[in-house]
Design a protein around this ligand. Structure first.
Ligand SMILES: [Zn+2]
Length: 242
């Protein structure tokens, strides 16, 4: 049975002398693993299709529980990511977050769309990379069901003015009246974390003029790392410094 699906390569590993095992994120089937036979041969038509971050329309062949990659119509390969180690590290990080949180046979349309937009920015944008990474994190977590509670206190439940604190473990803002050792948060950073999942990724440039994005990014990172476990040895880009 043939399956035609859009997909983006999250990971590509040597499988045997001539074959690769490719992990794809697809919009409708979630995480998919497929063997790309012969793709390690230089003249294989799949050479481009198995490269990390390649996005396209993949034709897979299902045999029992195994999928093999038959062909791919490449739509975007984000080729220039490979020439800048910082951009590449960022792209590997955001792809790893997707791989660690997506499931097989799951609707991943929102994650898929977010990842493609983010990779395009990581490849071409002049915005600071930590900003692009953090904007991705702040949209990915709500897609996974982790929407930080920002409009009211996570401890007492009361709405409050000002910044307060951000408790990454409890997942939201803490008001000044509740005892907490969580890091303090300015009102600007609180607003950024609140608004991120409510605005499209492509509006990330609006944050460049708001210096609090750095603070928001630093506060938010532990909210991500407490909930998504990445494989050991994965290089994780540092959050921004002041
Ligand atoms: Zn409170």
């Amino acid at each position: 049975m043939h399956i035609i699906t859009q997909g983006v390569v999250l990971r590509s590993a040597q499988y045997s002398e001539n074959d690769r095992m490719v992990t794809l994120l697809t919009p409708d089937r979630g995480l998919v693993e497929a063997i790309a036979r012969g793709s390690r041969r230089p003249k294989s038509p799949l050479v481009a299709a198995v490269e990390p971050f390649c996005a396209g329309e993949y034709t897979l062949f299902a045999q029992g529980s195994r999928l093999s990659m038959q062909q791919c119509r490449v739509m975007e390969n984000f080729y220039h990511l490979r020439f800048d180690v910082d951009r590449l590290t960022a792209a590997v990080y955001v792809s790893s977050l997707c791989e660690a949180s997506a499931q097989p046979e799951e609707d991943c349309r929102s994650m898929f769309a977010l990842l493609l937009k983010t990779l395009a920015y990581l490849e071409n944008s002049d915005l600071p990379l930590p900003l692009l990474i953090s904007a991705f994190e702040m949209r990915l977590m709500p897609i996974l069901g982790y929407l930080p509670r920002m409009e009211a206190c996570v401890l007492c439940g009361r709405p409050f003015q000002g910044g307060g604190r951000f408790d990454a473990r409890l997942g939201g803002a803490v008001c000044p009246d509740c005892p907490s050792t969580a890091p303090e948060m300015t009102l600007e950073a609180r607003r950024i974390i609140y608004k991120a999942p409510r605005t499209d990724y492509t509006r990330v440039d609006l944050l460049e003029d708001k210096p609090a994005w750095r603070e928001a990014a630093r506060l938010y990172r532990p909210f991500v790392s407490e909930r998504i476990e990445l494989p050991e040895k994965r290089i994780i880009p540092s959050p921004p410094e002041d």
